[in-house]
Design a protein around this ligand. Structure first.
Ligand code: NDP
Length: 295
């Protein structure tokens, strides 16, 4: 059996075109242009490149982006003052603080200062708390797990009642992913570095989410035949045969797992393009809430 390939690039492209249409409608109807403020502290090259990608994606769909940069030695007070200023700015509907922050800064405090209705990354403790509670809804869902859920639905996965296994329990991917699957009525097992006999656990999964940051760790014999496999992993590995000397691979051994799974995302080209798309969608939602007087 060869798995259906879930094409994240194609889904993201279609969704971004829909978002661009909705941005236009919002401007015509309410005269409001969605705005995303990015806060970058320090000069980590990966963070700089993520922020640039987010800004470019905004421009393409008509969202205004406001880039704010602070030096690596910025004080807690300076970062907090900037977040407060952005909270007050009526042209800003979403605030994204690029993580990780330099070690001397208190990340939790900074994230909890972001206005709930501008928390487009979905990391505010109240948004995360609502995601964890039965019968509550967060204003914004964290972008990477949100994108993974969209891909599962696009692929036609039956989530309700399914056995879902999430590999990884990080604040930004694994944990919110598990909570979203519980919201969607899956039976969820969360695995981490202390889990015993991982393959035995993952073989029970109708839906398997890999978010561990270990290149091609999930092998064919870890996967139940017909399972839906979402590979969140994005790992740079040496590859002397490539011009650049490296290539990107996921947490799943794609070539062998696709022979067992029912559906699978490639990496790159799966969850990655969805993450920024969901950020755009959340920013649009932030602007819509303001325009409609919901906040
Ligand atoms: P973290 O390093 O924060 O978390 C990794 C998780 O995997 C931890 O819970 C850890 O367990 C667990 N883990 C690590 N090694 C093992 C192991 N050998 N066996 C079992 N569990 C293990 O990573 P992130 O969640 O931030 O990212 C995960 C992957 O997703 C990375 O490849 C990252 O690049 C990618 N990513 C992709 C995004 C996208 O947009 N496509 C966005 C964000 C991340 P423990 O808690 O016990 O330490």
């Amino acid at each position: 059996m060869t798995a259906k390939i879930i094409d994240g690039k194609a889904v993201a492209k279609r969704m971004r075109a829909e978002i661009a249409e909705d941005v236009k409608k919002l401007q015509e109807q309410y005269g409001v242009t969605p705005g995303l403020a990015t806060v970058l502290v320090g000069d980590n090259p990966a963070s700089q490149s993520y922020v640039r990608m987010k800004q470019r994606a905004c421009e393409k769909v008509g969202i205004t982006s406001f880039g704010h940069k602070l030096p690596a030695d910025a004080s807690q007070e300076e970062v907090e003052a900037l977040v407060r200023q952005l909270n007050e700015d009526p042209n800003v509907h979403g605030i994204l603080v690029q993580l990780p922050l330099p070690k001397h800064l208190d990340e939790e405090r900074v994230l909890s200062l972001i206005s709930l209705h501008k928390d487009v990354d979905g990391f505010h403790p109240i948004n995360i708390g609502r995601l964890a509670m039965k019968g509550r809804e967060p204003l914004f869902i964290p972008c990477t797990p949100y994108g993974a859920m969209v891909l599962l639905k696009e692929a036609g996965a039956q989530i309700e009642g399914a056995n879902a296994v999430v590999l990884g329990r990080s604040n930004i991917v694994g944990m919110p992913m598990a909570m979203l699957l519980i919201h969607a009525n899956a039976t969820v097992t969360v695995c981490h570095s202390r889990t015993r006999d991982l393959p035995a656990v993952t073989r029970q999964a109708d839906i398997l989410i890999a978010a561990v940051g270990r290149p091609e760790m999930v092998k064919a014999d870890w996967v139940k035949p017909g399972a839906y496999v979402i590979d969140v992993g994005s790992n740079k590995v040496d590859d002397p045969s490539s011009e650049k000397g490296y290539r990107w691979v996921g947490d799943v051994a794609f070539d062998e797992v696709k022979e067992v799974a029912g559906a699978i995302t490639p990496s790159p080209g799966g969850v990655g393009p969805m993450t920024i798309t969901m950020l755009l969608k959340n920013t649009l939602r932030g602007a819509e809430m303001v325009a409609r007087g919901e906040v």
